[in-house]
Design a protein around this ligand. Structure first.
Ligand code: C2E
Ligand code: CA
Ligand code: CA
Length: 285
């Protein structure tokens, strides 16, 4: 059992090739199993909720859309910890479907109140590639709740692009595009994707990762940032800067010509009730 734990720790780590068992690994495994059981329980008993973080139009100072972010209702365990466990255990498939259905339901609700399309983006895990029938599921839910498909954005990360062959990934994304969904590349700048990939995949939105934004806002790098933005413009992408926390960053981004930002400066992810109480206005790409 100890050897097994050591082996798992090696598999998890990207660097070391040899590991000796230590007690911490036991704690890791216990925590892993605990979270796995809590995830299973939440799937069966409705233990998740979605929070929505506004994506703001810098110049209009208005909400452009929202990103749906899943949470446990009754635990202080956060996605950075439980999503990877959901992914290794396959539980991300039912969770992913829950997120998609709830977001669509919420769009329908907001549409009823605002009479216009509020765009919501959902995170799509690379493992959901293996959820057979997921495309039909999305179609069915959009139909069921009478939500126009352009109100839903699917966020994928760079790992998604490397999960299968270019052809297979492309076919999948083209299927989504045929339905008129928006596709966003999330966490841009954290992987090693070649810009050549832009030619292969039909993105609508590029979300610049917090680390990328912070790095490129350094004085010595703003020229590089401007050049990236020119490239994104040439591809007609909507560019969103993530993780914007300060007014300084906001001003710099505005000056550089970034149109949309997401981050604690404007708002943390909020419950539906909090959004309603704040009277945030509707949005849509
Ligand atoms: P992400 O997709 O990059 O989502 C943005 C994360 O950054 C969110 O964390 C959000 O709360 C946080 N954030 C937003 N603005 C700021 C800021 O100004 N400063 C800082 N430091 N952080 C900010 P969250 O909700 O904890 O989610 C973490 C990650 O977990 C997400 O990163 C995403 O990869 C994953 N995740 C969350 N919800 C889902 C989901 O429903 N499905 C899947 N597959 N993954 C999800
Ligand atoms: Ca995201
Ligand atoms: Ca992101």
């Amino acid at each position: 059992m100890y050897a097994n734990l050591a082996m798992y720790s090696v598999k998890k780590s990207e660097q070391s090739e040899v590991a000796f068992y230590n007690k911490l690994m036991q704690t890791d495994k216990i925590r892993f199993n605990y979270i796995k059981e809590e995830l299973k329980d939440a799937i069966v008993n409705g233990g998740f909720i979605l929070l929505y973080q506004p994506i703001m139009d810098i110049t209009k100072k208005k909400v452009k859309s929202y990103e749906a972010l899943v949470r446990f209702k009754n635990h202080n365990i956060y996605p950075d910890e439980f999503i990877p466990i959901a992914e290794t255990t396959g539980l991300i498939l039912p969770i992913g479907r829950y997120v998609i259905e709830s977001a669509i339901k919420q769009i329908a609700q907001w549409e009823l109140e605002n009479r216009m399309c509020t765009n919501v983006s959902v995170n799509f895990s690379t493992k959901q590639f293996y959820d057979e029938g997921i495309i039909d599921f999305i179609k069915e839910k959009l139909n069921q709740y009478s939500v126009p498909s352009e109100c839903l954005t699917i966020e994928i990360t760079e790992t998604f692009l490397h999960e299968k062959s270019i052809e297979e990934v492309r076919n999948f994304l083209v299927e989504l595009k045929k339905m008129n969904l928006k596709i966003a590349m999330d966490d841009f700048g954290t992987g090693f994707t070649s810009v050549m990939f832009f030619n292969h995949f039909p993105f609508d939105v590029i979300k610049l990762d917090k680390s990328f934004v912070e790095d490129k806002l350094k004085k010595s790098k703003t020229k590089v940032f401007e050049t990236w933005l020119l490239l994104f413009q040439a591809y007609n992408y909507i560019v969103i800067a993530e993780g914007v926390e300060t007014v300084n960053q906001l001003k710099q981004l505005e000056k550089l010509g970034v149109d949309y930002v997401q981050g604690y400066y404007f708002s943390r992810p909020l419950s539906v009730e909090a959004i309603e109480n704040l009277g945030f206005s509707k949005g849509g790409f």
